[in-house]
Ligand binder design. Structure first.
Ligand SMILES: [Zn+2]
Length: 80
């Protein structure tokens, strides 16, 4: 298990695709392989999923999520 990801930007892009449900099967397989060996990417994936779920809840309440997104994005950036 690596503590640092040398391809974090690529991982983040793929994670976002998957969380949005837009990843291809190939991308899914590639990311799954990455996640099994890459600690920061597991954390990023979980964080992205949290963001997505929070946004979904916020949208139900018709609340403005911009501040929330900014807060969580800065948490993501602090990983790199
Ligand atoms: Zn990675």
């Amino acid at each position: 298990m690596k503590d640092h990801c040398s391809h974090q930007a690529d991982c983040l892009k793929m994670i976002q695709l998957i969380v949005d449900g837009e990843a291809t099967e190939q991308q899914l397989a590639k990311l799954k392989a990455n996640l099994e060996s890459c600690k920061p990417c597991i954390e990023m994936y979980q964080l992205e999923k949290e963001v997505k779920e929070l946004l979904a809840k916020r949208m139900e309440k018709k609340c403005c999520p911009e501040q929330l997104v900014a807060t969580i994005k800065s948490r993501i950036l602090s990983f790199s």
